[in-house]
Design a protein around this ligand. Structure first.
Ligand SMILES: Nc1ncnc2c1ncn2[C@@H]1O[C@H](COP(=O)(O)OP(=O)(O)OP(=O)(O)O)[C@@H](O)[C@H]1O
Length: 713
């Protein structure tokens, strides 16, 4: 028996096995190859996949309930929600009310034909009623459109907070996981509107049901007494219902598919577009004299690809999906719509006297059904896939439950806040570690001990594991073997928030937040975020105060402004518009808008000074600092010699008060004063001791020290 048939027997219907070729459909759309899962509904027992999908939808219901609870808990939405519900209810009942008045009109017509007298009062009431209905409809429409915006914005704000919280709580290994990233992207792409869309969908479903029930019952009471009334009503509604049945597929779910292209011309054409569009290629583009050549090549390659294929996949797929399919049932639908007319005509021949009343009934019916069809169409539009909507709600809530890989400890730290002032001890016992997804050890059986207040410098070649020691000390990752002790405790047992409050780290690949310079420094100590004096003192210690003071906006300068300015679509330098003189730059200037995007360009060293200032914000400024361990990864890599000298002088003043660990390539300034030097190579510590001890040993440390020293001789 072949492999495929064995797999087909074992796989559950509805479960997609991508390696099973019989379950993958290949379609060529232009230059694209589309691979789709063959719909299990067709491949297996009819209805099995529907049951499966219905069950999946059922499993999402608790999330829907939670969303309803969450929406109801937003106080600022209460009034809006109540008004929205009332307006929707009014909107849903109005068609039935109009219908009822129209029915009254038919009654009056019938009485008029039979008695040859017109009931003026009744006629007047009907007219007023119909006018009132249309005025109320207008008002409700307006009320609803006024409510939609504020309601949508409040819901959006609530869920953006939910997502912010969900992202903020994730630790590094979890956040780095591509699957988690995908999950977060999925949730955020819809989070803006999901609650509002669900609300609209829910209101749409209830409103459609109310409309259907109320209109059908009014119509039955109006037409019930008339000859063929019910038959006409059934025929008219049958068309709308057939629309409904053929188009509505609540259990439709996203298909599993993937698309790729191997068309060399298309790939080359797309690449050329990137080259000509993007800033990063411009220097080479110009100096390489590529303009003329590339334009000619682009023309040729575009002609080879052809205009129908020179579009991206999504555009092509949309076009191929939207192409109307010819169906036999569709062919029948339009004649079905004419059936009431046919019945009416035939009956009129039989009973000519009742013709005016029947004509009025027919008119009423057709008006009602056209309105009904519109309601049904809107309903499809809003509820095209309930299961998909439910799945999206589920995704949105599940991102808040992604488990963190770094499990929090229980022991508060430090037990004695006074003790921390003289530093925290740090010990690695046979620690081994490999990064997630890597099969190489980044640390292999590393052991060392640092007493409170000592200064340790880790030196060694690129990639030898220096930064990794610092990362593990603050539990950015957990080791796969061995134990790390901070203050004598296994670091896994300590409360994470306490541990991170007691340790300050400056990473080699530090970043700056897209916030003001002030906030960038202040975030070094969230508890003192609003203390301006402390921010300035930290900037002075980090050597940033001088250049920040010279910036036009000082501490309020944004390094990378997260909010862009918007401009009218006129190109820079436009002087006239339809003959009128304009000053485009002047308008921008009036708003104090910068002419270039992004913040002021700072040098690498200035950036590093800001990063050092952020570390000082928490660790050094003031007597009340609660940090006992400082970890610095190449803190002076971009600093000029004076700045480096000043920084180390300031840090040396702290000796005895804080335990300090440096990772560095520079020997001398720091290593001479270190209590412990760890020389690393290939994920292990190969030499350990003080400068004098290691020099006496004449090993690797001594060799490299001499190498660096020779440069100055
Ligand atoms: N995020 C990561 N994922 C996978 N491997 C990593 C990651 N970061 C570092 N590594 C690997 O772990 C090893 C140790 O890296 P580490 O950054 O600790 O070296 P380092 O001694 O600080 O180097 P450098 O002197 O260049 O800063 C290297 O082989 C590196 O490729």
């Amino acid at each position: 028996m072949g492999r495929n048939s064995r797999r087909a027997r074992t796989s559950r219907p509805g479960t997609f096995d991508p390696s099973d070729r019989t379950r993958v459909k290949h379609t060529k759309i232009g230059v694209w190859d589309l691979y789709e899962e063959i719909d299990p509904a067709r491949a297996h027992v009819p209805g099995a996949s529907y049951a499966e999908r219905a069950f999946a939808a059922y499993e999402c219901l608790p999330y829907l309930a939670r969303m309803i609870r969450d929406i109801c808990a937003i106080r600022s939405c209460w009034f809006l929600l109540a008004a929205y519900a009332l307006a929707e209810a009014g909107q849903a009942l109005l068609p039935a009310a109009s219908l009822w008045y129209s029915g009254q009109l038919i009654n009056i017509l019938q009485i008029t034909i039979e008695t040859r007298t017109v009931e003026a009062d009744a006629l007047f009431r009907v007219c007023v009623g119909r006018v009132a209905c249309s005025v109320i409809r207008r008002i409700l429409n307006h009320v609803l459109s006024e409510l939609r915006g504020p309601l949508a914005r409040r819901l959006k704000a609530q869920y953006s907070l939910h997502l912010f919280r969900a992202r903020a709580r994730l630790d590094l290994p979890t956040f780095e996981d591509p699957l988690v990233q995908r999950q977060l992207e999925d949730a955020s792409s819809t989070s803006g509107s999901i609650a509002y869309d669900t609300l609209v969908m829910g209101a749409g479903i209830v409103s459609t049901l109310v409309q259907v029930v109320s209109q059908v019952s009014v119509l039955a009471s109006v037409l019930g007494a008339q000859r063929d009334g019910i038959l006409l009503a059934l025929l008219s509604f049958a068309t709308s219902m057939s629309d409904w049945v053929t188009r509505w597929n609540v259990f439709a779910t996203e298909q599993v598919w993937a698309a790729t292209t191997k068309d060399k011309d298309y790939i080359q054409m797309t690449g050329m577009k990137y080259v000509v569009n993007n800033m990063e290629h411009r220097k080479e583009f110009i100096t390489g004299n590529l303009a003329e050549f590339m334009t000619k090549e682009f023309k040729e390659v575009s002609e080879r690809v052809g205009p129908d294929n020179a579009v991206d996949f999504n555009e092509l797929r949309r076009a191929s999906r939207n192409r109307q399919r010819f169906s036999f049932f569709g062919l029948l639908q339009d004649p079905l719509r004419e059936l009431p007319q046919v019945v009416f005509t035939l009956r009129s021949i039989q009973h000519p006297a009742s013709m005016p009343v029947s004509l009025a009934s027919l008119n009423l019916l057709q008006q009602t059904t056209s309105h009904f069809s519109f309601t049904v169409w809107r309903f499809f539009d809003q509820t095209s896939s309930i299961t998909e909507q439910l799945a999206t709600i589920r995704k949105l809530y599940e991102v808040a439950n992604i488990p963190n890989r770094i499990v929090d400890g229980k022991i508060p730290f430090p037990e004695d806040a006074q003790k921390i002032r003289h530093g925290i001890s740090l010990e690695f016992r046979n620690v081994s570690f490999r990064y997630p997804g890597s099969d190489q050890l980044a640390l292999d059986n590393v052991s060392f001990t640092l007493s409170p207040g000592q200064l340790c410098v880790i030196v060694g070649a690129n990639g030898s594991g220096k930064s990794t020691i610092l990362k593990l000390s603050v539990r950015l990752y957990d080791p796969c073997g061995g134990t790390i002790l901070v203050g004598g405790h296994d670091v896994r047992t300590l409360r994470l928030a306490d541990l991170r409050a007691a340790v300050a780290v400056l990473f080699q690949d530090y970043t700056h937040f897209p916030l003001s310079i002030r906030d960038n420094i202040a975030l070094g100590d969230p508890e003192r975020f609003h203390d301006d004096a402390r921010v300035r003192a930290a900037a002075a210690l980090g050597g940033a105060a001088d250049f920040v003071g010279r910036l036009p906006d000082g501490y309020e300068t944004h390094l990378d402004r997260p909010v862009r300015d918007y401009f009218s679509g006129l190109p820079e330098g436009t002087r006239t518009l339809f003959g009128r003189e304009i000053d485009f730059a002047g308008v921008r200037g009036a708003g104090g808008m910068a002419s270039r995007t992004g913040g002021p360009a700072l040098s690498g060293g200035q950036m590093q000074r800001l990063a050092v200032s952020r570390t000082f914000m928490r660790s050094v400024v003031g007597e009340d600092a609660r940090v006992g361990l400082l970890l610095f990864d190449e803190p002076s890599a971009s600093l000029d010699p004076t700045a480096e000298h000043d920084l180390f002088a300031r840090l040396r003043e702290l000796r005895g008060n804080k335990t300090m660990v440096f990772s560095s390539h520079r020997f001398g300034n720091l290593t001479r004063h270190a209590d412990l030097i760890l020389y690393m190579n290939d994920s292990t510590i190969v030499e350990a001791g003080t400068h004098d001890e290691l020099m006496k040993r004449q090993g690797e440390y001594a060799r490299i020290w001499m190498l660096q020293a020779q440069a100055f001789l």
